[in-house]
Each structure stands twice: as C-alpha cells, then as structure tokens.
Design a protein around this ligand. Structure first.
Ligand SMILES: Cc1cc2nc3c(=O)[nH]c(=O)nc-3n(C[C@H](O)[C@H](O)[C@H](O)COP(=O)(O)O)c2cc1C
Length: 387
C-alpha cells in the first residue's frame, strides 16, 4: 500500500510563503515556526484521567509544530467534561503527563497544556458530581457519558466560595503542569466551557459581582488568569478566547464590549500569548484585539467546518492572518491528520484525509497511525527544513 493511501487532494502547488517559518518569541520560548497545534480533545486518557504511552507517542509525532497546545485537561473532578478526559490534579495524572512532555521535548518540540473546566458541560454519570456553572441554565440536548448518551442536567449555581476555590484549582493545576514538564499553560476561555459561560449574558444571569455588567462578567476570567500567572509566572500563561463562537450552544450579545474589555485588562500583565478561535482578519474586532494586545497573538482561522479541509491546506487563510498582524496560526484538524504538517506546508505536499470517526476515544487507530512523508515520497526540501 502506498504511503499516500489516504491522501485526499493533490499537491497544492508550491510551499507556503511569508513569515510562517520565521522564528518567533512566545513568552520565554523561541519557537522555530509559527504553526501551532491547536488543542484537541481525543478522549484517550484512562478513566481516572491519566495520560499514557499512546498519548506520548501522538504528541511526539507532532513535535515539529512551533508549539503544541495539548488537549483540554481538567483542573478538578467536577470540571471534567466527558469520559477519558485527562486531568492535572492527581499525582498519577502528573506522572502520566511527564511521559508526554519528555517525549515531545526529546523530539525537539515545545508544549503548553490547556486547562479546561467544563462548567455546565459535564454529567454526574461521568464524575459522580453535579455540574456547577455561573447560573442554573442547562446545555440543551444530550451529552456523552461513560454510560452512553444522557440528557444534560441543570447545573447548580456556583457560590462565591466555590468560585474562589475553582480559581485556586486552576492555579494548582498550572503548578502541576509545570511539575509535569509543560512549558506553560493555556487557560481555556473559549467554546462554551466554564469561563466562556461567565462571559456570556445568556449563561451568566448572576446578580452579584460576577454577573450583569461587562466588568462583572469578565471578573472570573481575570481572576483565573491572574491566579495562574501568579503561580507559574505570566510568561508561561496564554488565554484562549472565542468571541461570538456558537459552539456548545453559546450565544453572546455584546462581544464588541466584552472582549476588548477583557483583553485590555490583561494587556500589560506580561502574558505569553492570546489565542483567538476562528479569527476573522477582516473584522473590526480582530483589529481592535490586535491593537490592544502587545504580546504574541495566536489565531485559529475559520476553515470550512465541519467537513474536509480545503484542498489548499488552508494556506490562504494562514497567510491572510499573518498579513493582518497575527504572530502565529493554530491549526487543529490539519495537525490531527498530518503529524508532519509543517514539512508538508513548507513543501506544498498533499495532506492526509481526516478520519473523523476516530476523533473522540478509541485506540491508536485514527490517532497515531496517520502516515508521514518518508524516503522517496518526501519532498527534497523536507530534510533541510527539518534539520
Ligand atoms: C477532535 C477535536 C477536538 C477539539 N478539542 C478542543 C479542545 O480540547 N479545546 C479547544 O479549545 N478546542 C478544541 N477543538 C477546536 C480546535 O482547537 C480548533 O479550534 C478547531 O478544530 C478549528 O480549527 P481547524 O479548522 O484548524 O480544525 C477541537 C477540535 C477537534 C476537531
């Protein structure tokens, strides 16, 4: 069987141009290229949230990314979203992650860990605990649990004491991540999970200092980021946001007010980066955020979703974001299906087809078995580029 057995498109005619392969500083790190592997949940940790050798192999295969942001990982049990999500709050989880960070560093890579509390996205069948959220508003529909698909439950409104303890859990998780060998952490403020739930006036109906006015709705995000930065140093902390993204039934009425306020508050705190999901280089909000943010800006382009990657590998979107002022570009599905994505983009080589049925959970199939360009099939420019 050919190395190209599951290639879906022809070459896209020449390698990527511009600043993609210029080194860039992110916090304390000097990265060799501006391609970031976006965080992707793959549900391959143990039932107790412990990463194993298979996860180490998967991430090490992708070490040629300028930076890997490892998948959403929970800072405590009640924050766990789905089955087989990794955690970073027990000794066993820290030891499991150590295998991953060692493997990636040995392969020459750099990696941050994404810290995610699910808030209302969780289920007692998964954690044995009732989910908590800013307000008692359920995620519509069903959620995957170890017992199968279940109706979501109405989360319990967090007390201010629980909010304080959750902030502490994020800080402790960040400390554990550094102990596990990560180069830093990304606070997950995107895609409808707990921090995003505080930002939105639809999921946050609180009447205390964490709800209502914009200054109150951004308070929890600020407290988490600041507590994490105080614990491990701001130069090892990034924040991911998703202004207006409707994942997980999110609705936001005032992104133009919320996100500039949040970004402006954090601008002078020496953080490593800000990471914007589905960034639109043509929008006013993109340019306002860029103008407000003095440090590295990672952007995740809006590629066709769901479905196949574009046949040009997303090259125009990558180049448009860098031209509009982004410093780095994060790619999810392209890295999932192409362990050697930077080399392929550099050479203009074709991309592997994505096997979506293996995204969430399972074995090495659809996880560590995506082919790389090797030997005669590798473009001549590959060797010097990776040396
Ligand atoms: C299988 C899968 C799992 C994902 N898990 C996460 C996650 O854990 N955290 C997160 O912030 N985004 C997650 N995302 C979103 C990606 O980081 C990214 O924003 C999205 O895939 C769009 O980028 P792309 O078009 O390059 O794939 C996930 C996406 C996929 C496909």
């Amino acid at each position: 069987m050919s190395e190209y057995a599951d290639v879906e498109v022809g070459g896209f005619g020449g390698g990527i141009a511009g600043r993609v392969f210029e080194p860039v500083r992110v916090g304390a790190l000097r990265l060799e290229n501006r391609l970031v592997m976006a965080p992707m949940t793959r549900n391959r940790a143990s039932a107790d949230g412990v990463p194993g050798a298979l996860m180490a192999e998967y991430y090490a295969q992708r070490a040629s990314a300028g930076l890997i942001i490892a998948e959403a990982t929970t800072p405590n049990l009640v924050g766990q979203t789905y089955p087989n999500i990794p955690g970073i709050y027990t000794k066993e989880q820290v030891a499991g992650w150590r295998q991953v960070t060692d493997a990636v560093h040995e392969a020459g890579g750099r990696l941050y860990l994404q810290l995610q509390h699910g808030g209302r996205i969780g289920h007692p069948e998964t954690t044995g605990l009732h989910p908590v959220a800013p307000s008692p508003i359920a995620l519509p529909g069903t959620i995957h649990t170890p017992a199968g698909s279940r109706d979501t439950v109405v989360p319990r409104e967090m007390t201010t004491d629980e909010i304080r303890r959750t902030v502490e859990d994020f800080a402790a998780a960040a400390r554990n991540a550094i102990e596990a060998g990560f180069d830093g952490v990304e606070v997950h403020g995107a895609n409808g999970y707990l921090i995003h739930q505080f930002l939105s006036n639809h999921t946050n109906r609180r009447t205390d200092e964490y709800g209502g006015a914009v200054v109150n709705r951004i308070r929890f995000a600020l407290e988490v980021v600041r507590a994490v930065a105080a614990e491990i140093g701001p130069e090892r902390v990034g924040l991911r946001i998703a202004p207006g993204v409707t994942a997980n039934a999110m609705q936001e009425d005032d992104v133009e007010a919320v996100y500039p306020a949040l970004v402006g508050e954090l601008a002078d705190e020496g953080l490593a980066y800000l990471h914007v999901v589905f960034a639109d280089p043509g929008s006013d909000l993109f340019h306002r955020i860029r103008a407000l943010w003095p440090a590295a800006l990672i952007t995740n382009p809006r590629l066709p979703w769901p479905g196949r990657l574009p046949s040009d590998g997303g090259r125009p979107e990558i180049e448009a974001l860098l031209a509009a002022g982004a410093d780095l570009v994060a790619l999810g599905r392209a890295f999932l299906a192409n362990p050697d994505l930077p080399a392929r983009l550099l050479a203009g080589a074709p991309l592997n087809a994505i096997r979506e049925e293996h995204w969430y959970g399972g074995t090495e199939i659809g996880y560590t078995d995506y082919p790389v360009l090797t030997g005669d099939s590798a473009p001549a420019r590959l060797e010097p580029a990776l040396a």
